[in-house]
Each structure stands twice: as C-alpha cells, then as structure tokens.
Design a protein around this ligand. Structure first.
Ligand SMILES: Nc1ncnc2c1ncn2[C@@H]1O[C@H](COP(=O)(O)OP(=O)(O)O)[C@@H](O)[C@H]1O
Ligand SMILES: [Mg+2]
Length: 209
C-alpha cells in the first residue's frame, strides 16, 4: 500500500481531500452523492465506468478525484493519484537513469493499482514523446482492466486534439472514451472564493465594512 501512496504524486492537500472533510457549496452536493455512489459500487465489486471529469480551473475536480482515492485507501484498496505532468516527469527521469526498464516499471506500478487518477491531463506540453507515452500509459491501464479517472480543464474536443498522434489518429482519446464516461464539474472557482473571503476579511479587519 505504501508503494502506491508514494506514487501518489499530487499537491500537498491530497491527504486532506476526503469525503469526510468535504465542504458543501450550492454547486457540489450532487458531486458528493455521485462520489459516494461511485465508491460504494466500485468497492462492492460491481462493474462501473471510469470518469473523464472536465471543468474550469478551481471547481473542485482534483479534490473529488483525491477523495475517491482516499476512500480506496480507507477500504484497503490500492489506488494512485498522479498529475500527468509529474508522471511524465518521473518517466523521463527514470528513462535517463534506467532506460526503458524504468519506464516499464512505472507503468507496471500504475496498472497494479485497482484505480488510477490521472490529474490535470492537458497541462503537459505536447510533444511526440508525450503523446506516445500517454498512449502507452492509458493502453496499459486499459489492458489491465483497471479503473481510470481523469481530470482536465479541457473540453472533450480540445482533449481529442491534444492527444492526437502525428498520424492524425485519435487512439488515446478513443481508449479514454471506451473506459470513461464524460462529466463536467460546474460551479464557482474555490480559488476565487478564497480570494473573495480574504478580501472581505481584510476590509472587515480594517473596520471599513
Ligand atoms: N468539496 C470540497 N471541500 C473542500 N475543499 C474543496 C472542495 N473542492 C475543492 N476544494 C478546494 O478548492 C481548491 C480548488 O479545488 P481543486 O480540486 O484543486 O480544483 P480543480 O482541480 O478543479 O482545479 C482546492 O484548494 C481544494 O482543496
Ligand atoms: Mg486540479
């Protein structure tokens, strides 16, 4: 289990992003219910689709995905959450030190987990290498029949273009569509909400409101 947590290479809020700590807003009640239902169904061994979650920055996509992974840990299941940028960085690094073997071992660890979150797909710079490597990663998860959750700021059309390989075939996107149901998270950005609250507190503190 610790191996999988070590691989969960996400932001520092990962451990705190749980359904227990979930803060409700006017927009996110349904998302909470969906998350709970998703976890219950998956944990009870029933077949369920993966998720392709898109939406504007700051709406809580990563929080949701981390909450699912933390729920897996709580139930002693293996799961990994990793940002695509970090994953590609790790693969590149091990490639420099151990070549193809390093790349294989990272991809194998991913596919050993029962559920994999690829966070922030589309943020990485697109190169021929990144496109090829992402195909390998997603194909590996697909062939191992593991559950995939993707978060992205891109629309499905943007993602399709972003993942297009040089021969113009949407292989990676097609795989994702086979494995994941698309859903959009809507609502106010938590980040601007934070800024708003800080602003209000600042003026209250100064006694001007
Ligand atoms: N349900 C929630 N409960 C508590 N905090 C949340 C919730 N959803 C998001 N946040 C917080 O709001 C901020 C933005 O959320 P995040 O998931 O990073 O957005 P996104 O991935 O959509 O860009 C983060 O600091 C996150 O911890
Ligand atoms: Mg995010």
């Amino acid at each position: 289990m610790s191996k999988f947590i070590a691989y969960s290479n996400v932001d520092g809020k990962f451990e705190l992003s749980t359904f227990e700590n979930w803060e409700f807003t006017k927009d996110n009640e349904k998302l909470y219910t969906l998350g709970q239902a998703f976890c219950n169904k998956f944990l009870s061994g029933q077949t369920i689709e993966g998720l392709l979650i898109n939406g504007d920055p700051g709406v809580g996509k990563s929080y949701f995905a981390y909450a699912v992974v933390n729920e897996m840990y709580k139930n002693n299941r293996t799961a990994i959450a990793i940002s695509v940028e970090n994953l590609l960085g790790m693969i590149k690094e091990t490639f420099n030190s151990s070549g193809k073997v390093g790349e294989m071992s990272i991809i194998n660890t991913l596919r050993e987990a029962s559920l994999i979150v690829l966070d922030d797909l589309g943020v990485e710079v697109k190169t021929e290498w990144s496109t090829k490597t992402l195909y390998k990663v997603i194909e590996a998860i697909n062939s191992a029949n593991k559950k995939l959750i993707i978060t992205t700021n891109m629309t499905t059309e943007q993602l399709k273009q972003h993942l297009l390989s040089s021969d113009g075939v949407a292989r990676t996107f097609n795989r994702i569509q086979e494995m994941c149901v698309p859903m959009t998270v809507k609502g106010d950005s938590w980040r601007t909400k934070g800024v708003r609250e800080r602003k209000t507190n600042f003026f209250k503190d100064l006694g001007v409101i």
